[in-house]
Design a protein around this ligand. Structure first.
Ligand code: ATP
Length: 236
């Protein structure tokens, strides 16, 4: 069943248009990758779905209803949680306090502090530590854990691997199927194409605010991905 349908979306910042006619589908329980170069519009797409960027035109249907006019907190209450690029955790609060804030939406579901600590054992030992004293990987785990506390049906992950050592990225990605197993759909935005494609069943590539390629990762050749990513030989 389709959980999220983005139809012909155009969005941007004031006078600046960053997305042009973007369409995307996410089935319930699916993992979708959105790849593309710096500035392609990946974060803008996630932020449009979460409601923090102005939509100029188009439709966003979630669970059969239009959410395009809903505020970010209303979308969170319906089950759309964003883990923003740069983590944006509350740096002066402890791990435990950050998780409490994540539970604010009070949606019913399996996620609670205990399950977050079980899934992210690296956080379980650090419950009283201030977030600004955590390593980059621990902060990213906390950002994901905080979003899970809202019991999302759709988790939007913006550049999970940015600035982290490969071993830490591997660890975080190993945890994602566990999240999916709770019925939560995932959209990964990554500049690290290999990481995102290997963890997803369908992928979209953005180029200058438009979908330049889409398909199942296994069906996409390296040449297709390179040209859709960098715009080489793409007809416009
Ligand atoms: P990155 O990986 O660098 O974050 P991205 O693919 O996520 O790239 P976006 O962050 O969505 O790209 O940016 C798309 C376009 O929108 C870029 O041209 C960027 O400069 C512009 N942009 C992003 N945020 C803002 C903003 N707050 N105000 C104005 N323009 C913005």
């Amino acid at each position: 069943m389709t959980l999220l349908e983005v139809r012909n979306l155009s969005a941007g910042y004031g006078q600046f248009q960053a997305l042009f006619d973007v369409s995307l589908n996410v089935n319930e329980g699916a993992a979708i990758a959105v790849i593309g170069a710096n500035g392609a519009g990946k974060s803008t797409l996630l932020k449009s779905i979460a409601g923090v960027v102005d939509v100029i035109f188009g439709e966003i249907i979630f669970d059969g209803e239009s959410i395009v006019n809903l505020q970010p907190h209303e979308r969170l209450n319906r089950g759309i949680a964003l883990v923003p690029e740069g983590r944006r955790i509350f740096r002066s609060l402890t791990v435990d306090e950050n998780l409490s804030i994540g539970a604010y939406s009070r949606r019913q579901g399996v996620w609670n502090r205990e399950l977050v600590y079980e899934v992210f054992p690296m956080l379980a030992k650090l419950t009283d530590r201030r977030a600004d004293k955590l390593s980059g990987g621990e902060q990213q785990a906390l950002a994901i854990g905080r979003a899970l506390m809202s019991n999302p049906r759709l988790l939007l992950l913006d550049e999970v691997s940015l600035g982290l050592a490969p071993i830490i990225v591997k660890k975080l990605y190993e945890i994602l199927p566990r999240i999916r197993a709770t019925g939560c759909s995932l959209i990964y935005v990554e500049q690290d194409t290999n990481q995102a494609l290997s963890a997803s069943e369908y992928a979209y590539c953005l180029l200058e605010g438009q979908v330049s390629l889409e398909g199942k990762p296994a069906d996409l050749s390296r040449e297709q991905i390179a040209s859709a990513y960098f715009g080489i030989g793409v007809n416009k």
